[in-house]
Write a protein that binds this ligand. Structure first.
Ligand SMILES: [Zn+2]
Length: 199
């Protein structure tokens, strides 16, 4: 759960963010633009560390699990962590039950994964979450070396229903020079968003 400035998540499989030369699909072209900027003496920003990648065929199935967890959560957020094509850890928001405001679905799933498999196994995994990760959860995702994040409802969409910190997970990834995180947004976003009451 977090925020998002750009919408565009109505479209299942639509990538979050923009179409600027930050797509990991074309690192060489991005690199060329970067070098071209230097050659021309133009100040250019560094390359983004986040890569917007399209949804895969299995993304919806895993997202359905995350959304199912959200249905029984204290606040409607659920997450699953997938490695080698299998769900290894599940989490749902337990903020009320645990009297812990940091018990977001992603955090619960990460802690369960760590307890069972350890931090080495967490690196390179994919995390599916019914709501775009907030800055806290995205920070944890980065520190754990999770390679890919797939979310349903964007922060911008959720902010119309529930309070959100208006910083996208892509923004957090972009500010992380030591790790590239692939981000896919908008997978089953309408289903996830329907769990929130209208404001
Ligand atoms: Zn969070």
């Amino acid at each position: 759960m977090s925020t998002d400035a750009g919408s565009g998540s109505k479209n299942p499989g639509a990538v979050q963010g923009d179409a600027s030369p930050r797509s990991a699909a074309m690192p060489s072209s991005s690199r060329r633009q970067f070098l071209g900027g230097i050659a021309a003496g133009v100040a250019v920003s560094t390359e983004s560390q986040a890569a917007a990648v399209p949804a895969t065929a299995t993304d919806e199935a895993f997202m359905r699990e995350a959304i199912a967890l959200a249905r029984s959560a204290d606040f409607p957020f659920g997450a699953v962590i997938v490695a080698d094509g299998e769900v290894r850890a599940r989490g749902r928001n337990l903020g009320k039950q645990q009297r812990d405001p940091t018990a977001h679905g992603e955090m619960v799933a990460i802690r369960r994964f760590l307890a069972q498999y350890g931090p080495e196994a967490l690196r390179g995994t994919t995390l599916y979450t019914s709501g775009e990760p907030c800055v806290m959860c995205m920070g944890a995702i980065v520190w754990c070396g999770i390679a890919r994040v797939v979310y349903a409802a964007s922060i911008a969409d959720m902010a119309r229903r529930i309070g959100q910190i208006m910083i996208t997970c892509t923004e957090v990834a972009d500010k992380t020079p030591f790790l590239k995180v692939d981000v896919t947004g908008g997978v089953l976003s309408e289903e996830a968003l329907a769990l929130f009451p209208e404001k």
